[in-house]
Write a new protein. Structure first.
Ligand code: HEM
Length: 241
């Protein structure tokens, strides 16, 4: 008879689905931005898509920031100690898990299994860098918070109120300062684009991991992210000490 355990708290579950929804929106709109001219987008159309991408980006970044803070103060399975692969005898757990997988009897876990911990760490790192680079680009492209006012102050032409700058309009900026800004912006933009493709790979790996684990364990992983409860057919390797 499987035992049922409350594993994911409401903050983790809410974070997960907001993250998925915003990621899909950002990726879809980002693809349109990247395709730009080749799909016949006008300058106004591109700006409207960019503004929407950034608006969703704030929801994404706020949600992610709350989750990262929750990893210090949230429930047992939401914490860094249950995620980062440096603590709690992680390598010992990983070796036992991989050996168990080879024999078709991988140890069961209430929270993330060791492979899941590696995946979640990589996803959090990539999402955080993606969010930060996006916030910088929101400043360079739209003069929006949190960096926009400093960037506007740096590129505004002498005597021009930085708050009067309009995205895309070069008539009010100092040409040299603007060029210098575009120079340091280029690698940020490149990393935002490259990380997008890396994130697609990580998300594919995350989905594959969920499917494989679910087939092996039948713990109800997907519904656990909805109601919080996992059902285990034996003792958990991360059970109470
Ligand atoms: C996981 C989250 C995100 C994904 C998957 C994503 C994806 C993308 C993609 C694919 C592009 C097009 C790059 C190109 O031109 O080829 C893009 C551009 C952009 N993103 Fe994001 N983004 C994310 C988060 C954010 C956030 C949080 C913000 C800001 C709040 C943001 C702001 C921007 C801006 C301003 C651009 C325009 C860069 C340009 O001028 O081309 N992004 N994003």
């Amino acid at each position: 008879m499987p035992s049922v355990h409350v594993v994911w708290d409401p903050v983790v579950r809410l974070f997960h689905w907001i993250n998925l929804a915003t990621f899909l929106g950002l990726a879809g709109l980002g693809l349109l931005l990247g395709a730009g001219g080749s799909i016949g987008l006008s300058a106004e159309g591109r700006l409207a898509i960019l503004r929407l991408h950034v608006a969703i980006g704030y929801v994404f970044a706020g949600n992610l920031a709350l989750r990262l803070i929750w990893a210090w103060i949230g429930g047992r399975h939401a914490r860094w100690s249950a995620i980062l692969p440096f603590r709690g005898g992680f390598l010992r757990h990983l070796r036992a898990y991989l050996a168990g997988l080879r024999h078709g009897r991988a140890p069961l876990y209430l929270g993330h299994n060791p492979m899941g911990r590696l995946m979640v760490t990589a996803l959090f790192a990539a999402l955080t860098i993606q969010g930060l680079s996006g916030l910088v680009l929101a400043g360079t492209d739209l003069y929006q918070p949190p960096f926009g006012s400093r960037i506007a102050a740096a590129v505004a032409a002498p005597g021009v109120d930085p708050a009067a700058l309009v995205p895309g309009d070069r008539s009010l900026v100092d040409a040299d300062a603007y060029r210098a800004m575009r120079d340091w912006r280029a690698p940020v933009k490149e990393s935002h684009e490259t990380l997008f493709y890396l994130l697609l790979l990580l998300v594919a790996g995350h989905l594959a991991g969920v499917v494989v684990t679910e087939i092996a364990e039948r713990a109800g992983l997907v519904s656990a992210m909805i109601h919080g409860r996992k059902s285990l057919s034996g003792p958990a390797a991360d059970g109470m000490p």
